[in-house]
Design a protein around this ligand. Structure first.
Ligand SMILES: Cc1ncc(COP(=O)(O)O)c(C=O)c1O
Length: 395
């Protein structure tokens, strides 16, 4: 069969592939970014879905507007954005999406011609790399450091390549869990204005903060309306609902709506209504307190176990939030080999670092561990087995 140029050579997502392995319940998974199942508001969702259908079934079970379910757009505009420092947006700046993954896909359709340059952090979210590859973009990157990308390196890359967009996950970045400092956030907004470059501020993890100082959004420094904020409810409420919102330039958002018409018509009404109710009933604050206490505990259980069982040459840092711990092995050690043996011999899964890089072979000695999906005893057991394997593999 003849496939399109755009799909040729684009690999399946390493994490989606991993889901196949995870069918085996014996495997301890530090793989995908799955929230803990006890963090889903199940009883509330069951009750609220029943009430919503009883009261608004005629609307919710009908086709809806592509821009999104109005009560959710309004809740995001009036209740979510102002406390984040975004006070001057209007309803035309806001649409809902089927997960922020769809936001990225729509933005790629709207912004990228084949061969256009896009700038990403290195490493970065592999779903974004996949989307930009399918859009046939020329992907260039700026390296991540302990405090995210550095402003001078970012500016140099923007000057040199004039990218159509810069994709960033400034807070608890996937996969590194690093946080961009305030100065670089300001510079990013300035570069967006100076170079008429779109900045995609992908922010699914900032609400999952269990220590440290809250950071201002890049969008709060945006003077040119060139920063678009993507807010996913996957990690905070439920990924299965597939609901996200965005706030960006009205003209850009209108183009996204046109692209979305040809993609899935609109996101599921009932799911959007559930998220709107969650926000409007004021559930989010208490829910975040609860899930952050769960994740804070899981993260420290994982970090304590890593300090105990990992060899000292495996480098990592305790995250202040998010869902991941990023590990760097000594130069020359191949995390993919570790992964193969971990799954086969130790029944432990994680994501090797390679797919988070824009090109093969850049940094094969890294891997990502997720701490939110397994109970504490399995976290300790899995880290113990992984530590043993690392020592076996490198003496
Ligand atoms: C940085 C980042 N962006 C976007 C997504 C996709 O989120 P959603 O479930 O809203 O599509 C993820 C999921 O892991 C992510 O880590």
């Amino acid at each position: 069969m003849q496939f399109s140029e755009r799909i040729k050579g684009v690999k399946g997502s390493a994490i989606r592939e991993l889901f196949k392995v995870l069918g085996n319940p014996a495997i301890i998974s530090f793989g995908g970014g799955n929230p803990a199942k006890e963090c889903f508001p199940k009883e509330w969702a069951a009750e609220t879905a029943r009430e919503l259908i009883a009261e608004k079934g005629d609307v919710l079970l009908q086709y809806g507007p592509t821009e999104g379910y109005m009560p959710l757009r309004k809740a995001y505009l009036e209740k979510v954005l102002p406390p984040l420092g975004i006070k001057d947006a209007t309803i035309d700046n806001v649409i809902t999406m089927t997960g922020s993954m769809q936001g990225l896909d729509l933005l790629a359709k709207v912004m990228i011609n084949p061969g256009d340059t896009v700038l990403v952090e290195e490493p970065t979210f592999l779903g974004a790399i996949q989307i930009f590859n399918i859009a046939q973009a020329n992907i260039v990157s700026v390296p991540m450091h302990d405090d995210g990308v550095h402003a001078d390196e970012l500016e140099e890359m923007v000057k040199k390549h004039h990218p159509v967009l810069f994709y960033t996950i400034p807070t608890f970045q996937n996969p590194t869990s690093k946080v961009m400092n305030v100065e670089t956030r300001k510079v990013t907004a300035r570069l967006a204005a100076e170079y008429d470059m779109l900045v995609i501020e992908d922010d699914p993890y900032a609400a999952l903060r269990f220590s440290g100082e809250v950071m201002p959004l890049i969008k709060t420094f945006d003077t040119s309306d060139n920063v678009i904020l993507l807010t996913s409810y996957s990690k905070t409420i439920s990924p299965g609902l597939r609901v996200a919102c965005c706030c960006g330039n009205a003209e850009l958002v209108r183009k996204m709506v046109i692209a979305k018409q040809g993609s899935d018509t609109h996101s599921p009404n009932l799911n959007q209504a559930l998220v709107a109710e969650f926000i409007n009933q004021g559930k989010m604050e208490e829910h975040l307190r609860f899930i952050n206490s769960v994740y804070s505990k899981s993260a420290s259980v994982m970090i304590d176990a890593m300090r105990k069982y990992f060899p000292e040459w495996a480098k990592f840092e305790a995250p202040e939030g998010g869902l991941f711990v990023w590990v760097t092995l000594p130069e020359g050690m191949d995390a993919n080999e570790v992964y193969q043996r971990a799954v086969k011999d130790k029944l432990v899964a994680f994501v090797p670092g390679a797919p988070f890089y824009t090109k093969p072979g850049i940094c094969d000695n890294t891997f990502r561990l997720n701490f939110s999906a397994e109970p504490e005893e399995r976290i300790v057991e899995g880290i113990h087995r992984l530590g043993d394997l690392l020592k076996e593999m490198r003496g």
